[in-house]
Write a protein that binds this ligand. Sequence first.
Ligand code: DC
Length: 225
Amino acid sequence: MEKFNIAIDGPASSGKSTVAKILAKDYGFIYTDTGAMYRSVTYLALKHGVAFDDEAGLVALIEKYPITFSQTPDGQLVFCDGEDVTAAVRSTEVTNNVSEVSAHGKVREELVYQQQKIAADGGVVMDGRDIGTAVLPDARVKIFLVASVKERAERRYKENLEKGIPTDLETLKEEIQQRDFLDSNRDVSPLKQAEDAVRIDTTGMSIPDVVQAIKDVVAEKISQG
Ligand code: DC
């Protein structure tokens, strides 16, 4: 298949990464989880004692500890300077502080530059909050996934149960709402649907149905040339 880029944006737990991974596999494209990059910076800040409001300190961490991805049969792994941080970047401490870290303009500049390099040759499915608006404004296909807070909290709750992480559904709802608010109201590249993105509300939809809906959009875009 011709190498083009697919940008998938949407709020926390809207199912972006699940469908992006399936699409990348089916098309033979590379999946890039940009949220994992902001999470990695947050992890590094916690590890090295850099304050979340210290923009220059955070940028220095990105320069000192390169963030890389590795594709394995078991999925994508994330590394900071060679350390496998795939699981560590999903901790509650990282999750609850990543919005503050990702609100810094200079942190975004650094990571957006790296993301644009990854996608420069096409053949990438990239998910995040600003992919269609800021990172890949020329992506051939742009999708904006949404789902109700209730459904997103329930999905996360089930995922956590499967991983053996005890959580409380009401707390999850509050955390999701808080992250939606912070991600949508920051000054730099807030979460916002690109004008030319196709919006899909996944509330009540199964994963295969969402994947198929996106494939239909891809087929239509490709047929338009
Ligand atoms: O998709 P996620 O939950 O792993 O993303 C973690 C955080 O990173 C999210 O709260 C907002 C931020 N983020 C961002 O600002 N821009 C992106 N392109 C991806 C994520």
